[in-house]
Structure formats: C-alpha cells, structure tokens
Design a protein around this ligand. Structure first.
Ligand code: 6PG
Length: 231
C-alpha cells in the first residue's frame, strides 16, 4: 500500500480555505463527468471549520450526494451526533436536498442501523471523495485499534461498533474496505494532540488510518502543529 501524500499548512485556516476550494473543484469535475458527486462526510470536531467554509461558499446542490463515514448511537437531535453537527453547521442552510443527505439511522442501535445502511449502500458505486478525521490513537471514522476494521474479504460495508474507547461506546461505521472504495481519500488532521499518531503513521505503524486509502489518491491535510518534529 503506497503511503499517503502529506500536505502541510501553516495553520488550520489556510488548510481549510484550500481544502474547501479544492473539494468544490473536484465536485464540479465529477458532476460534469458523471452528473453527480458522492461525498462521505467526516465526524468529530476538526471538520466543523471545513463545513462552515463550505456553507460560506454556498457549496452543494441537487447533484451532491452525501454519506456518513460513521455515526454515534444517539438521538438524531443530540448535539453529539455527527449528523446534528453537519446539519447545523452547513446542510440545513444548503441547497442539497434532504433526500441526498443520507444520515446513518444510529438512533436505532448499532446492529439495526448497520444493517439498514449496508442495504442502502449496496446499490452505491465507488465514492468520489471520502473525508475522514483521525483520533489521537490513530482511529478513523469509528474504526478503533484493537477492534475489527472490516478489511477481510466479504466483510460487511457497515459495521456495528461496541465498547468504542471514544464515547459514546455504541457507534456505526463504514468498514475500512468500503471507505477504500473511493477515488480520493482525504484525512483532515490539525493540532498538536495528533502529533504522536501522525509520527507512528509516518513510520509505517499499523493503525486504522493507515488501512484506508483511495483508488486514485490518499492525502493527509494537516497543519504544522500536527506535524512531528523532524529527526
Ligand atoms: C467521531 C469521528 C472520529 C473523529 C476523530 C477525530 O465520530 O468521533 O468520526 O473518527 O474523526 O475522533 O475527532 P476530532 O476531530 O474531534 O479530534
């Protein structure tokens, strides 16, 4: 597996500005070529600045089709839900139809939600872009070290997650194998708390983040604070 491209920016603001512009360019290219743009959204707090930048650009329309990389098993209106964060930060004020937004029904519990989302994904071809974050332990989406990442052939596209080390313990996650079925995989990582995991990743460490790569490119968009000291 080839190592990712590392794109380092002086600060999160510069990173987000460039990433928002590039994402919109890639979306236009996909829509021109295939009439649609399929984007998998990242959860957590880091990407909120990107979603605000996309909202400020009026990004998204009827040609955009959104999926979630993972979701926490909480009520839909819970402020810790990834879908709640996305709706309030960008989607509710966008031109993307609700039918195109496809939240994971994680309020139903990990097993039923995973089964339903897996069924919805069956008819979906490869994604154009998968956006992902990274935890301090190198997890991504809700694929955690020591858990099943869904790499084995025949693994389901969507995993029920229990005993997650990052609360809440019950989650739903696209598998590593399904996240790899994307032209582009982009990781968005900022802040000094991620430096240790980035260093381990760069050394070739076995981590969930290192198991996800795109068909065309894998890019880690990071700021200088997240970059380990040289040497
Ligand atoms: C989640 C996310 C998770 C997140 C990382 C980084 O639901 O928690 O999918 O994978 O991307 O934990 O989170 P922060 O961006 O908040 O550091």
């Amino acid at each position: 597996m080839s190592s990712p491209d590392w794109r380092v920016f002086s600060d999160p603001e510069a990173l987000v500005a460039r990433l928002a512009d590039f994402l919109c360019e890639v979306a236009e290219e996909a829509i021109t070529e295939r009439g649609a743009f399929h984007l998998v959204l990242a959860g957590g707090s880091t990407p909120k600045a990107l979603y605000r930048a996309l909202a400020a650009r009026g990004a998204g329309d009827v040609h955009w089709h959104l999926w979630y990389g993972d979701e926490r098993c909480l009520p839909p209106d819970h402020p810790e839900r990834n879908s709640y964060m996305l709706e309030t930060t960008w989607l509710a004020s966008s031109r993307i139809p609700a039918a195109n937004r496809r939240p994971i029904p994680a309020e139903l519990g990990p097993d039923q939600a995973a089964t339903l989302y897996d069924r919805e994904l069956k008819s979906q071809a490869d994604f154009d872009v998968v956006l992902l974050g990274m935890g301090e332990d190198g997890h991504t989406a809700s694929l955690f070290p020591g858990h099943d990442w869904g790499m084995a052939p025949g693994s389901p596209d969507v995993l029920a997650v229990r005993n997650a080390p990052k609360p809440p313990p019950e989650r739903v996650s696209l598998s590593a194998a399904r996240l790899c079925r994307s032209e582009r995989v982009w990781f968005l990582v900022t802040g000094s708390s991620k430096k240790t995991a980035i260093a381990y990743w760069k050394e070739g460490g076995v981590l969930p983040v290192a198991s996800v790569h795109g068909l065309r490119e894998t890019v880690v968009w990071l700021d200088a604070e997240a970059l380990p000291a040289v040497g």
